[in-house]
Write a protein that binds this ligand. Structure first.
Ligand SMILES: Cc1cc2nc3c(=O)[nH]c(=O)nc-3n(C[C@H](O)[C@H](O)[C@H](O)COP(=O)(O)OP(=O)(O)OC[C@H]3O[C@@H](n4cnc5c(N)ncnc54)[C@H](O)[C@@H]3O)c2cc1C
Length: 268
């Protein structure tokens, strides 16, 4: 099974176009879109998507007989890295405005649990259910019992300029396809705000635009039959490999039910 490629965070002063906090369904989908639009995108993931607790994912479009959610989460990782997203395994513990120390630096300065820092022009919070690291930025948050949701304008923009929210943290319905769609929508909002030339993220057959006398719009790609055949073959081979064997990761349940900090049920 192809493993996600992970980036080391040793480089102390990385500067990225986009930092995404949370490598679950919403965060990885947002990252897929920003990276494919050419924005240098880094995802920090400090644990495991809550989707890994699901027993069998039966309502995500495209899988008629459902799919193992842990396999699905791994496939999201692989799709993100294949499209240029860098991934770090670690938690973000604080984010401040980059210029808060008096210089004119725009954007944000994020600190992780090891004290390493990342500068980013824009940040997407997709970190269900953690908002603690946002205390310094102090965005508008709606508290509901033990849960906290980031307020946003319906397209992912929060009350802090340059900070976006996606997925369950943005109080979207608690369904994977909704988190994925919201991640995509937030990613596209961010792309537009960054003034990156973008029409739609579409792959079309050769001539779709150009045979009508149009330029291929930014974000789109025309591919010829040779390229289409190559991509189809690669996709068939990859899917055969993904589904050839049972996924090895143990089933999770609610962490309060099992004496394992991640709530793993041993399947041995
Ligand atoms: C038992 C169970 C069964 C479910 N079954 C289904 C189902 O059948 N169908 C369906 O559609 N949905 C199902 N869901 C819901 C679905 O899993 C969620 O709606 C979806 O995963 C939300 O996506 P998200 O990206 O917002 O959050 P997540 O996928 O949970 O991702 C958030 C990520 O952020 C990371 N993170 C948090 N804080 C930080 C930080 N400070 N720094 C770095 N990373 C951080 C977390 O580790 C996590 O990886 C189920 C959920 C549960 C619990």
């Amino acid at each position: 099974m192809p493993e996600p490629i992970e980036t080391d965070s040793d480089d102390e002063s990385q500067h990225r176009d986009v930092l995404i906090v949370g490598g679950g369904v919403a965060g990885l989908t947002a990252a897929l879109y920003t990276a494919r639009a050419g924005l240098d995108t880094l995802v920090y993931d400090g644990g495991e998507s809550i989707l890994r607790r699901n027993a069998h994912l039966e309502n995500f479009p495209g899988f008629p007989a459902g799919v193992n959610p842990r396999l699905f989460a791994d496939m999201l990782h692989a799709q993100a890295t294949r499209n240029g997203v860098d991934l770090v395994a670690g938690r973000i513990t604080d984010i401040d405005h980059a210029g808060s120390d008096g210089d004119d630096e725009p954007g944000f300065l994020a600190t992780d649990e090891d004290g390493d820092t990342v500068r980013a022009d824009r940040v997407v919070a997709a970190s269900w259910s953690d908002v603690e690291y946002l205390n310094t930025l102090d965005p508008e948050i709606r508290s509901a019992g033990s849960k906290a949701y980031l307020d946003e304008d319906g397209n992912g923009r929060t009350s802090v300029d340059g900070l976006y929210a996606a997925g369950r943290l943005a109080e979207r319905y608690h369904q994977a396809v909704v988190a994925a769609g919201d991640g995509a929508a937030t990613g596209i909002t961010l792309i537009h705000d960054s003034e990156t030339p973008f029409y739609h993220d579409w792959v079309t057959p050769e001539g779709y635009f150009t045979d009508r006398g149009r330029e291929v719009p930014p974000g789109c790609e025309e591919i010829d039959e040779t390229e289409r055949a190559a991509r189809r073959a690669e996709s068939r081979a990859a899917m055969r490999e993904y589904f050839a064997e049972e996924h090895e990761q143990d089933q999770r349940t609610h962490p309060s039910l099992v004496d394992d900090e991640k709530g793993r049920l041993s399947e041995q």
